[in-house]
Design a protein around this ligand. Structure first.
Ligand code: C2E
Ligand code: CA
Ligand code: CA
Ligand code: CA
Length: 277
């Protein structure tokens, strides 16, 4: 038994050090990822009632030359720690705005939702860089939406709110991402100038079978409606989840059921299947 325990400790620490090594490698390589053109923006559709694509969420991908595709959950945090998120975030913003313009030229009025780290939001120059990108790309600001997660915002409430107000004045919209997973008080949230609420996929996953989650989700929907927010459900994977959400007034659906995040050329193919409106 002692030997077994010892092995386990050894195995555990080996795994641990493998993880640490990978993290170190990613940390180092991330510094050059942008200049080496290894980052890419994928797009995932958001659909309304008609199941036409009405908007897309921009999701970052890192194609590492040796390690393959690295998911954002593995490198965004590293970028936040190193401060690189500022530079990467600006790049994503620029890419997404140019993409919206490019869809515009093809006759599509498509909005884009961009994930913004609160670390980015509270840096004083962020507001200026948003203004600059909007001016440079001449994109209609009402087609741009910034997604912020509630937990990080709570730690930077005042600075976050000030930046939000300035950016909102430019016509950009804001969404609360992963709603329901943080511990924020609704009193706080309702004081922030949000336009959209995204119900976290951990809620959607339990619909429509789990009565408790149904109740909570209904409460979120009615709260959002009372605050005048548009509601997007994320992680919609099943037909019955979509039906339930529609029946209860959810405005937009996003998830594998409708489509996974895809590269720009693949997204273009999806758009081509839709009538120009
Ligand atoms: P998120 O903002 O909550 O994005 C939704 C995540 O759920 C995406 O993962 C998406 O691919 C995934 N997803 C979409 N539909 C489904 C579904 O039906 N089922 C399941 N199981 N998952 C689904 P992804 O692309 O790996 O991104 C992970 C997180 O990384 C994002 O979570 C976001 O917080 C962060 N992220 C991605 N791109 C950026 C970026 O440009 N900037 C910043 N700051 N964060 C980003
Ligand atoms: Ca998001
Ligand atoms: Ca989310
Ligand atoms: Ca998330």
């Amino acid at each position: 038994a002692v030997g077994e325990g010892g092995d386990r400790v050894c195995f555990h620490s080996e795994l641990q050090s493998q993880k640490e090594q990978r993290k170190l490698r990613l940390e180092q390589d991330l510094r050059y990822a942008l200049e080496r053109n290894e980052l890419q923006v994928y797009y995932q559709q958001q659909c309304c009632e008609s199941e036409f694509i009405s908007a897309a969420e921009a999701l970052l991908r890192w194609q590492h030359p040796d390690l393959g595709m690295i998911p954002p959950d593995e490198f965004i945090e590293l970028a936040e720690q190193s401060g690189q998120i500022i530079e990467i975030g600006e790049w994503v913003l620029q890419q997404a705005c140019e993409q919206v313009k490019s869809w515009n030229r093809e006759g599509r009025r498509m909005g884009v939702a961009i994930n913004v780290s609160v670390k980015q939001l509270v840096v004083p120059q962020f507001v200026d860089s948003v203004k600059e990108v909007l001016a440079l790309t001449k994109v209609d600001p009402s087609l741009i939406e910034f997604e912020l997660t509630e937990s990080m915002l709570m730690e930077n409430l005042e600075a976050g709110k000030q930046a939000m107000l300035k950016i909102k004045a430019m016509g950009v919209r804001f969404a609360i991402d992963d709603f329901g997973t943080g511990h924020s008080s609704l009193a706080y949230l309702s004081q922030l100038p949000f336009d959209v609420l995204k119900i976290d996929h951990s809620f959607v996953k339990q619909l429509p079978r789990d009565p408790h989650y149904c109740k909570v989700t209904k409460a979120i929907l009615s709260l959002a409606k009372n605050l005048g927010l548009t509601v997007v459900a994320e992680g919609v994977e099943q037909q019955e989840q979509m039906r339930w959400l529609r029946r209860h007034g959810c405005d937009l659906m996003q998830g594998y059921l409708l489509g996974k995040p895809v590269s720009v050329p693949e997204f273009r193919k999806l758009l081509a299947l839709q009538p120009v409106v």
